[in-house]
Design a protein around this ligand. Structure first.
Ligand code: CA
Ligand code: CA
Ligand code: CA
Ligand code: CA
Length: 247
């Protein structure tokens, strides 16, 4: 045990002092956090920008969403981003922890509200179409952006006799949607059929025979958006039920 006496420790302490190590840093960094946007009504990405400063420098900044680590940034500007969908609906406390080189932590937070009305979003292109099964109704809404279009994809065989219905007020009397719907051929461009008010009242109905085997795309929007290239129609009440059935 004699070999582990006090001398080495004293020597180490002396060496540190002679190296000019200053007083221990006990002061936490200061930090700020800005999140943009603070409310999401459509699926999208929130960008977080933090500032952090400390007399002895910043070693890293950690970004959290409701306490779960998103990412770490070691260089200024300190930024992070996170994508949100319908599954993330609710309040999100975004926060940062800024560390100095002595493990002191400065914190800041911001609140983001995710309130996406349509569970199928994002479905704004042929590539992002929501799968649609024959015989299974699916609910959505034309909302969350100025000119929402909802894309759905289904597979059918040549000769299939089908019917596509978009119901709004007959499903929910509070619905404000006047639906407009198109079916695109498997090339994703050519219009096979389109309809504004083939169903009851303003609702849409298309009866069609499938010309070739393939995956077809349904494009659903409001008559206002279809009819006027500059119109906006973003109402949470623009709800509908889409049903593809055999006839
Ligand atoms: Ca410090
Ligand atoms: Ca939608
Ligand atoms: Ca959409
Ligand atoms: Ca209509």
């Amino acid at each position: 045990m004699k070999r582990f006496g006090a001398l080495p420790l004293l020597a180490l302490t002396g060496a540190l002092m002679s190296c000019g190590v200053g007083p221990i840093d006990m002061t936490a960094p200061t930090a700020t956090l800005t999140a943009t946007p603070t409310t999401l009504t459509a699926a999208g990405t929130v960008t977080m920008t933090a500032t952090a400063s400390d007399a002895n420098g910043i070693s890293k900044v950690e970004f959290y969403d409701n306490g779960t680590l998103i990412s770490t940034d070691t260089t200024s500007p300190y930024t992070a981003s996170k994508a949100y969908t319908f599954a993330d609906n609710g309040a999100h406390t975004l926060s940062v922890k800024a560390y100095d080189y002595s493990a002191n932590v400065g914190q800041a937070s911001a609140t983001v509200t995710v309130a996406i009305a349509d569970r199928n979003e994002p479905n704004d292109s042929v590539a992002a179409a929501t799968p649609l099964s024959i015989g299974t109704p699916i609910s959505g809404a034309i909302t969350g952006q100025d000119r929402d279009k909802d894309y759905y994809a289904f597979t059918a065989a040549a000769g299939d006799m089908l019917k596509l219905n978009v119901r709004s007020v007959s499903v929910d009397s509070n619905s404000t949607l006047d639906p407009y719907v198109m079916i695109l051929m498997p090339d994703g461009k050519t219009v096979l059929e389109k309809d504004d008010d083939g169903g009851s009242a303003m609702e849409s109905e298309i009866r069609f025979n499938v010309p070739v085997d393939g995956t077809y795309t349904v494009v659903l929007t409001s008559f206002n958006i279809h009819n006027d290239a500059t119109a906006t129609d973003d109402l949470a009440t623009n709800t509908y039920e889409l049903l593809l059935s055999r006839r």
